[in-house]
Design a protein around this ligand. Sequence first.
Ligand code: ADP
Ligand code: MG
Length: 408
Amino acid sequence: MSSQSATVPCQYRTGRTLGSGTYAIVKEAIHIKTGKYYACKVINKKLMEGREHMVRNEIAVLKRISSGHPNIVTLHDYFETSHNLYLCFDLCTGGELFDSICARGQYTEADAAGLVRTIFQAVKYIHDCGIVHRDLKPENLLFRSKPEKTSEIMIADFGLSRVMEENKLSMLKEVCGTPGYMAPEIFKKTGHGKPVDVWAMGVITYFLLAGYTPFDRDTQRQEMEAIIAGDYKFEPDEYWSLVSDTARDFVATCLTTDPDKRPTAAQMLEHPWLASEIPHFVENETGEPRDLLPHVRKAFDAKKTFRKAVFGMMAMKRMSTLAHHMSPEAHKLNEDLYQFKQESEKEKFEDIRVVHHHNADEEQSLKSQDDISIAKGPNGKVSYGTDVSEKLAAVSLAVKSGSNPKSV
Ligand code: ADP
Ligand code: MG
């Protein structure tokens, strides 16, 4: 912190830890002056190494875009130390998508379609802004508050995935054990554009209808091979006989292996499963829509118990020794990530001194509006002129990462 000039005490207190994701720890942050609660995502700068110049620009974009849609958590504030970036988002108190579904009394195909429609509308908005989410999965979908309303399902993890190198993010997903939502073209290294989000939505929809994912296999290698081959089935029948053909067609359309042939988010919103006024469902004995909950819950609970046991925070270390298939690079990343998360977990916001680039950023982002048409051009496209990137690079992070992330 010696090279640091304008540090100020952090304006937040630490609350409980909310979760641990692909590359960050998320903790409750209580704004000391107002007493308001936020969800603060702590990201180690080392994960952004070599891309520091992109970070602040990206944060400015995120801030603007995240406040423009009701189903995307708003980024309110951010600050940094020499080791970490801190992003303060709206706190969602309604819990993760699946936990909340499992806690319901009943859950039909129409409920699933309602959720998928809302999420897809937010995905379309992100895409219209020229951004690819790249990490859509149920753990990143949270309800804003309780009681959970379909209209309040939020894309919570609208992070810095775009700043991260493609390889690093893929590796992160592998070491975190969540490659199941990755599109074939990511493994084939032939693309990572908007179609990857439509694919992930296909996997999420499958999961919402059955309680398990389509490419679930014994090993990650088999899972990856199945994804590349588009090898999945609507089986067992015990589960899928409860689901309409239209829903299956919807999933199959999202899971088009060729990204060039895969429909866009806008096109998927016009699929009959989401667009037709009359909900699609399989009738039960009395002509009512089938309740999917008993099956979905059964499958989900089994997987969750497994996930908790294997991928718990403290099990990550153990997992790394089990993961013989990992490249030395992935192994190192896994070890680093474990260390980063442990450090973030222990750290108290009230003990740190931070740099706020808030104002500088606002100015910069206002100034750049002419250069960067952020969600405002006639086509709503975000595009960065090279000169803008250079300008922003010149205003590079006050503290370069590269320091050892110890002694937080
Ligand atoms: P990562 O990008 O590392 O995957 P996430 O943003 O997904 O991190 O956050 C990890 C976990 O933290 C989520 O699965 C969720 O349980 C919790 N979380 C994230 N954002 C919020 C929020 N805004 N409100 C409440 N909990 C959150
Ligand atoms: Mg996440």
